[in-house]
Design a binder for this molecule. Structure first.
Ligand SMILES: [Zn+2]
Length: 74
């Protein structure tokens, strides 16, 4: 299942917040909405959740993962 990312830097905000939240969509919508209410001073409304949902992006997953076992080349 792909994960979603909410990034405060994507939306102009008065508090200069740079938080990034990632997880499954419903988790991110819930956490980012709570965060927006607590930190950004948004009102707790269904509209806020829809706005948060609209800003979600797919989580970036690097296509080349560090291979296990090659760590002794450090
Ligand atoms: Zn924020």
């Amino acid at each position: 299942m792909s994960r979603k990312v909410a990034d405060c830097r994507d939306t102009p905000n008065l508090v200069g917040c740079t938080l990034m939240i990632s997880g499954e969509e419903e988790e991110v919508v819930r956490a980012a909405s709570d965060h927006a209410i607590a930190v950004h001073g948004h009102a707790d409304t269904p509209e806020l959740r829809e706005q948060v949902r609209a800003t979600l992006k797919d989580e970036f997953v690097p296509s080349v993962a560090p291979s296990a076992g090659a760590s002794d080349t450090l």
